[in-house]
Design a protein around this ligand. Structure first.
Ligand code: ZN
Ligand code: ZN
Length: 253
């Protein structure tokens, strides 16, 4: 069976996961997360309106840089992760759909967008032992009841047959929302905000999953925590990336 004509479901657990979401669509007819068209979780027009990221810094994935050499920032201070890539620019229908996924309980979008991450992962093909979603702070998880990064990571884990460890990384303190902070303030806000469990990650190659990268500060803080706990290598995939990080971004840390 093929989803959206892009990849085949290979394993029974993937089938069950997909059937579950298909049954929910049948019970509660969906609306497109980008344009609100009825009858689909994500329409082909919104999919084709996404601005795919096809080049960027080979280390941090910054879209405006060239793929042939690392950007000035990575050259001056290499990040704690080995590489970071994002599927598309955080704008237009993709941005609206991510906001719905995060703040309006539109959780079926997680399965849809995981397919884009699978596509992206198959291009980069990093050697990975474990998938770890960026954790929400305990109060956000309690309010929302789910973590959008885990919703993106689970279908990826099922498809790639790589273990998912949502508890390998946790927040050590409450951070304020990143909205309205500049790059330096974002770094300080999330610095030492995460801790990883060495029993899960020591000696392993880890892939961190998140929905949006703005300045890369959250990814850097997570990667540093994993390194401190002995991770051998750390990679990051996010669904979307701000083209020109601005303090007015509307995503949470
Ligand atoms: Zn649409
Ligand atoms: Zn870079």
């Amino acid at each position: 069976m093929q989803i959206a004509g892009r990849y085949r479901l290979k394993y029974p657990a993937e089938w069950l996961h997909h059937l579950f979401w298909g049954a929910l669509d049948w019970l509660y007819p969906p609306q497109c997360g980008g344009c609100q068209t009825l009858g689909t979780r994500w329409c082909s027009q919104c999919q084709s309106d996404c601005r795919r990221i096809i080049s960027g810094c080979p280390r941090c994935g910054r879209p405006e840089a060239s793929l042939s050499s690392v950007c000035a920032e990575c050259a001056a201070q290499p990040p704690a992760f080995d590489a970071l890539r994002s599927w598309a620019i955080y704008t237009g229908p993709l941005r609206l759909a991510i906001l719905r996924l995060k703040y309006h309980q539109d959780v079926g979008l997680g399965e849809i967008f995981a397919q884009s991450l699978i596509e992206l992962y198959q291009q980069v093909n990093w050697p990975v032992d474990l998938l770890v979603p960026v954790p929400l702070s305990a109060d956000h998880a309690w309010e929302r009841g789910y973590n959008q990064s885990t919703l993106l990571a689970r279908p990826l884990a099922l498809h790639l047959r790589i273990p998912l460890r949502p508890r390998a990384l946790r927040r050590t303190r409450i951070t304020q929302a990143q909205v309205g902070l500049n790059a330096q303030e974002r770094r300080e806000n999330v610095s030492r905000a995460f801790m990883a469990d060495p029993r899960d990650v020591a000696g392993k190659s880890i892939l961190i999953l998140d929905d949006v990268t703005t300045t890369g500060a959250t990814m850097q803080a997570c990667a540093q925590a994993l390194r401190d706990a002995g991770a051998r290598s750390v990679y990051g995939l996010t669904l979307a990336r701000a083209a020109h990080p601005s303090p007015d971004g509307d995503q949470q840390p």
